[in-house]
Ligand binder design. Structure first.
Ligand SMILES: Cc1ncc(COP(=O)(O)OP(=O)(O)O)c(N)n1
Ligand SMILES: Cc1ncsc1CCOP(=O)(O)O
Ligand SMILES: [Mg+2]
Length: 376
């Protein structure tokens, strides 16, 4: 009989805005679960156990104690627990019924596709790399494997001295700029860390990150609850001060896991669109004209994917309508007769559907295939 993890998946609901990473080396001798309790009370939304010098058995026990604390704080449905690096410990803990929601891996760890395969579709898989690598990783990663990316290091850090800085070492402005560029193109939520402290929270929110991750700023603080509370509050106030509560900065991204995120805010109306723009009367070969249109779409910051027959867009209704006009006028302003075909889908309460709809179909086909081979 195959073991079935008895807890609901958190893949579609997790919040990485305030992400605590910690292990026994980081807490100045305090039990890890006590620090987690304090940090939860301070508002952290995500916990990762990163125990670099512990055996598998110790990691499983620690995960059990942390999962208990998350449950005691009434946050099992909202705060996921992941383990860093150790797919073996994640599998064993889940087998024991401990609520470990997934794994976080880096470039030299068990490959993310293997983690996905062994953990199944309900687990969260996070992946990290330095920024330069991440641009490439995002390009090549097939859909449905990872749920978020961890970027860093924002600053040099004693917690991980070997971590490569995000571009020009020590230059805070360029780290944040690199995060902003990554966030603008990333299909995945981005959580940034490495030397992150209270003063970094606002610049990261403004850069379009989906959250910060921190070890020493919380686990090493004299008062982890107060440290977490200050950072989570700074995140919230910054997000509230941004256009559309931060959605303005983050429109362009595809939070692959997130689907039904509750009622839309007043101004943002999530819209999926299928757009084709082409000139007539210019001959059979249209690619040069289409390329001009697609360039304008790509520069817009609105999430887009071009296929052989059309380009798909996802973003705010008003932004999409404005973009359709700008893109069509690229040809019209050159005097070409311009045809526009536009189909739109507004589904209240849903976002980030561009990949999710396809993933759902893939999942159903996979499930049906499995059932057929079982019944043979
Ligand atoms: C949220 C988050 N982001 C990045 C990392 C770093 O992971 P990795 O590159 O595997 O390095 P180690 O943590 O294993 O030293 C992380 N753990 N969490
Ligand atoms: C795990 C990890 N990955 C990149 S930097 C880092 C450590 C972050 O620790 P701190 O928040 O104490 O600088
Ligand atoms: Mg690792």
């Amino acid at each position: 009989m195959t073991f079935r993890f008895p807890y609901p998946s958190m893949r579609e609901t997790f919040d990485i805005s305030a992400y605590l990473v910690l292990g026994p080396d980081d807490t100045h001798g305090r039990p890890v679960q006590d620090v987690v309790r304090d940090a939860l009370r301070g508002g952290v939304t995500f916990v990762q156990l990163r125990a670099k010098h512990s055996d598998s058995g110790e990691i499983i026990d620690m995960a059990g104690r942390i999962a208990d604390v998350i449950a005691e704080e009434g946050k099992s449905d909202t705060v996921p627990l992941l383990i860093d690096d150790r797919l073996d410990a994640v599998l064993a803990a889940r087998e024991r019924g401990i609520k470990v929601d997934g794994v976080h891996v880096g470039q030299t760890d068990v490959p993310a596709d293997v983690c996905r395969k062994l953990l199944g579709p309900d687990a969260i898989v996070g992946l990290s790399a330095n920024t330069t690598e991440l641009f490439d990783v995002i390009e090549r990663m097939p859909a449905g494997i990872i749920d978020y990316i961890g970027a860093g290091a924002v600053h040099p850090t004693a917690t991980k001295p070997e971590a490569q800085l995000i571009e020009n070492a020590g230059d805070d402005a360029s780290s944040i700029e690199a995060i902003a560029r990554l966030c603008a193109i990333s299909e995945y939520p981005v959580v940034a860390g490495g030397g992150v402290k209270l003063a970094d929270v606002e610049p990261l929110a403004r850069a379009g990150a989906d959250g910060w991750f921190a070890v020493s700023a919380i686990a090493g603080a004299d008062d982890p609850e107060a440290a977490a509370a200050a950072m989570t509050e700074r995140w919230r106030t910054t997000m509230r001060s941004l256009p559309d509560g931060g959605h303005g900065t983050r429109h362009a991204k595809a939070e692959v896991g997130a689907t039904n995120v509750g009622p839309e805010d007043e101004r943002y109306v999530n819209t999926l669109a299928q757009l084709t723009i082409w000139p007539t009367g210019v001959g059979e070969e249209l690619s040069e004209y289409v390329a001009e249109v697609v360039r304008v779409i790509r520069e817009s910051g609105i999430r887009n994917e071009t296929h052989a027959m059309s380009t798909e867009l996802e973003g705010d209704y008003d932004d999409i309508i404005a973009l359709v006009k700008r893109a069509a006028f690229v040809l019209r302003d050159h005097g070409y007769r311009t045809q526009v075909s536009l189909q739109m889908d507004m589904r209240p309460g849903y976002r980030d559907q561009m990949h999710r709809k396809v993933e759902l179909v893939d999942e159903i086909i996979r499930e049906n295939g499995r059932e057929r081979s079982h019944n043979r």
